[in-house]
Ligand binder design. Structure first.
Ligand code: IPE
Ligand code: IPE
Ligand code: MG
Length: 243
């Protein structure tokens, strides 16, 4: 009986990763400055995080700022950094109450010291929690992460702690920023763009993707539920034959 039930259970995406794109366009279409779109985008997170445990999502990875986003105007970059700082200060109590664990991936050292301090503080504060694991990618690029992991592996080889011939998939994964995290099942991108823009290049090798036409500030828990439903109808093969 249990087996029959298992056969009919739809596949569940427990790790969802999101490229939160389209804040600028959302604002521009309303005659607002781009930063108003970013502020609205940050606001969306509260509902989404709240919905995740009920939707069976245990891990949520959010692309907040890429290694390429430094190319934007000083006004936009500093505005985004201000929003990140404000989010951490304003939401920390709510995150603790909801049992959400927050981790950050990316470069870190190029961010201002204030923000780095807040990030470390929030990671420490929420480290005991397990209701939902949220990973925020800030100053993150997949290529940059792979390069940093490669350097770490080479340092271990030079130190005699690792033999080059023992460097395999699992060992290199262990040198990534995401070492303690599962790989994403489903990667979503809002805004209508159909590209990955340097997000989780290593980890999403076999993820399912869905590209949505709406802008990130219009993304809701209902939209997420729809994506998870459609994920349930997909067949992941990992290179094997269907069946
Ligand atoms: C995504 O929205 C947020 C960040 C990249 C920080 P955008 O700012 O890229 O919005 P569009 O793509 O210009 O509409
Ligand atoms: C990707 O969006 C980065 C984030 C959502 C943080 P971008 O807007 O920076 O990507 P491109 O420039 O359209 O590829
Ligand atoms: Mg964009």
């Amino acid at each position: 009986m249990a087996n029959t039930r298992a056969l009919h259970r739809k596949p569940q995406a427990s790790h969802v990763a999101i490229i939160m794109d389209g804040n600028g366009r959302w604002a521009q279409r309303r005659g607002l400055p781009r930063l108003a779109g970013h502020a609205k985008g940050v606001e969306r997170l509260r509902d989404i995080l709240k919905a995740c445990p009920d939707l069976g999502v245990t891990h949520l990875t959010l692309y907040a700022f890429s290694t390429e986003n430094w190319k934007r105007s000083e006004t936009e970059v500093s505005g985004l950094m201000r929003l990140f700082r404000r989010y951490i200060r304003k939401e920390s109590a709510r995150l603790v109450q909801a049992g959400v664990r927050i981790r950050f991936i990316g470069n870190r050292h190029r961010l201002d010291k204030d923000l780095q301090g807040l990030m470390a503080w929030l990671e420490e504060l929420t480290s005991p929690f397990t209701a939902l694991n949220v990973t925020v990618a800030i100053d993150y690029g997949g290529r940059d992460e792979i390069l940093r992991a490669t350097r770490r592996a080479m340092t271990a080889i030079e130190a005699g702690d690792l033999r080059a011939e023992d460097l395999d998939d699992a060992t290199l994964s262990g040198f990534m920023d995401t070492a303690d995290l599962p790989e994403p099942d489903l990667v979503l991108r809002t805004s209508g763009e159909v590209r990955v823009s340097n997000f989780l290049l290593w980890q999403a090798a076999y993820a399912e993707y869905e590209f949505l036409d709406l802008c990130w500030p219009d993304f809701t828990a209902e939209v997420l539920a729809g994506c998870l439903d459609r994920y349930g109808t997909r067949e992941r093969r990992f290179g094997a034959v269907a069946g």
